[in-house]
Design a protein around this ligand. Structure first.
Ligand code: GDP
Ligand code: IMO
Ligand code: MG
Length: 427
């Protein structure tokens, strides 16, 4: 049975939470593999509406095992809060497990995320200020503290003192703020450790056992391909890889295990935070999409920048992820438009290009070249069969399919679990 990676194909917020909640009906295990609580995955199902930052979106079924993989950085306070909120809504979290190799977000990471952003001033990245970037920096610098470290009282204190000596130099000498107290952080994190101990495991064994039982495993991506530190709009990116390849590293399985890769695309584009976005609409059409679709960040509440579907960026995303299929979400948001545009090329210095440039200065100069398609001007939110979609909507989907170079499996026409059209089976 397959491992299916569910990957954000644009700049995040494509609807991965909704798609995972839907697919988890037929899955046995769901593993979050990257990012941290910079992610906000909205799930609307019979339990209510949830914005999950760390816990996999498949937690709502009694048959699923959910894992926060080694590739995720965990703020324990956020995780405990999320567990409590789910429990209060009657959602069982006893099948949740956390990799003992996952790095922790510490108070100095959150502090440094804000201080570094303030220092960048006009060149701020627009991070979520959740400490995710500084935590991944420390992981690479070998200064991280991991969930497994919470389980050993003495070792935790020793590690914390060592790391904090270093961090306090940066806080006091570079940023001129007060040092943090190791004892305070220790007592706080020791308590978190006691609370999270039942969830902390060697999770690669669990994943392997699920695969040996031929179960369906979903890898839940966070962020989106265009925020990848290598392939995204660097430096306006996140700090861990949201790509399908990142799924292997962040969940602890080999590349040969992944059999399907589902790219989740919004039917148009959004981006939150700074950095180039060639199809951004800074006019009333962009405002209309934002207001109709309520495009405000699930984590920070910031307004999302909105624009037409960018097929150049989308095809790039397919290339670097190897999508075997696509999910198109929020098709219903386009219901009222008389005409729709798709970006099929960029104009750069008077010439047309058909690739996504690596350099942000170049990308900023790219002007979108649009193809116009007729809108359908009809409600699609109640439709569950592909053939029932208005012909113009099917024409739009078919054109996206051609341009992004992979078949469309799933179309979403509303935030609720059942507001979906399965065009081709996924599991
Ligand atoms: P994620 O980070 O990729 O999980 O996406 P977010 O949850 O940040 O943002 C996606 C938003 O779109 C959420 O508010 C979802 O409830 C909503 N959503 C997902 N699919 C659809 C859809 O097909 N139609 C509409 N109208 N909303 C959708
Ligand atoms: P989900 O999983 C959208 C963006 C931030 C900022 C950049 C760097 O919900 O799709 P970071 O805090 O990661 O250092 O910020 O990345 N960003 C996201 N944008 N959706 C997300 O996650 C994001 N996670 C990070 O807005 O531009
Ligand atoms: Mg989101």
């Amino acid at each position: 049975m397959p491992v299916i990676a569910v990957i954000g194909a644009q700049w995040g917020d494509e609807g991965k939470g909704k798609v995972v909640d839907l697919l988890a009906q037929k899955a046995n295990m769901i593993v979050r593999f990257s990012g941290g609580d910079n992610a906000g995955h909205t799930v609307v199902n019979p339990h209510g509406e949830f914005k999950l930052h760390l816990i996999p979106s498949g937690i709502f079924y009694p048959h699923t095992i959910c894992i926060i993989g080694n590739g995720v950085v965990i703020n324990p306070a956020v995780l405990i809060d999320e567990i409590d909120q789910l429990n209060q809504c009657g959602v069982d979290t006893t099948r949740l497990f956390i990799s003992d190799r996952a790095n922790l977000i510490m108070p100095y990471h959150v502090l440094l995320d804000g201080l570094e952003e303030d220092l960048r001033a006009g060149k701020a990245l627009g991070t979520t200020r959740k400490g995710v970037g500084p935590a991944f920096t420390d992981k690479a610098a070998r200064l991280g503290i991991r969930t497994g470290d919470l389980l050993d009282k003495e070792a935790l204190l020793e590690r914390l003192r060592f790391v904090l000596d270093y961090k306090n130099i940066i806080l006091t000498k570079i940023f001129g703020v007060s040092p943090l107290s190791p004892d305070e952080i220790y007592s706080q994190y020791y308590q978190y450790g006691k609370r999270l101990a039942p969830y902390i495991r060697e999770t690669t064994i669990m994943v392997e056992e699920a695969l040996n039982r031929e179960e369906v495993v979903l890898l839940e991506g966070a962020q989106g391909a265009l925020l990848d530190p290598d392939f995204g709009t660097y430096p306006y990116t996140t700090s861990s890889s949201p790509l399908a390849g990142g799924g292997c590293l962040g969940a602890g399985l080999g590349p040969t295990r992944i059999s399907r890769i589902l790219g989740v695309f919004k039917a148009y584009c959004t981006r939150v935070g700074a950095g180039p976005m060639p199809t951004e609409l800074k006019d009333e059409t962009g405002d209309l999409i934002r207001e109709q679709a309520h495009e405000y960040g699930a984590t920070t509440g910031r307004p999302r920048r909105c624009g037409w579907f960018d097929a150049i960026a989308a095809r790039f995303s397919t290339r670097i992820n190897g999508f075997t299929g696509a999910a198109i979400t929020r098709l219903d948001i386009l219901d009222s438009f008389a005409h729709l545009k798709i970006c099929v090329g960029y104009k750069l210095d008077g010439k047309m290009i058909d690739y996504f440039p690596a350099n942000v200065v170049t990308l900023e100069k790219c002007q979108p070249i649009y193809e116009e398609l007729p809108g359908w001007q009809a409600t699609t939110t109640h439709i569950r069969e592909y053939e029932q979609l208005p012909p113009q909507a099917r024409q739009y989907v078919t054109r996206l399919e051609e341009l992004i170079s992979c078949p469309v499996n799933l179309i979403c026409v509303g935030p609720e679990r059942e507001q979906a059209i399965l065009k081709m089976p996924i599991i």
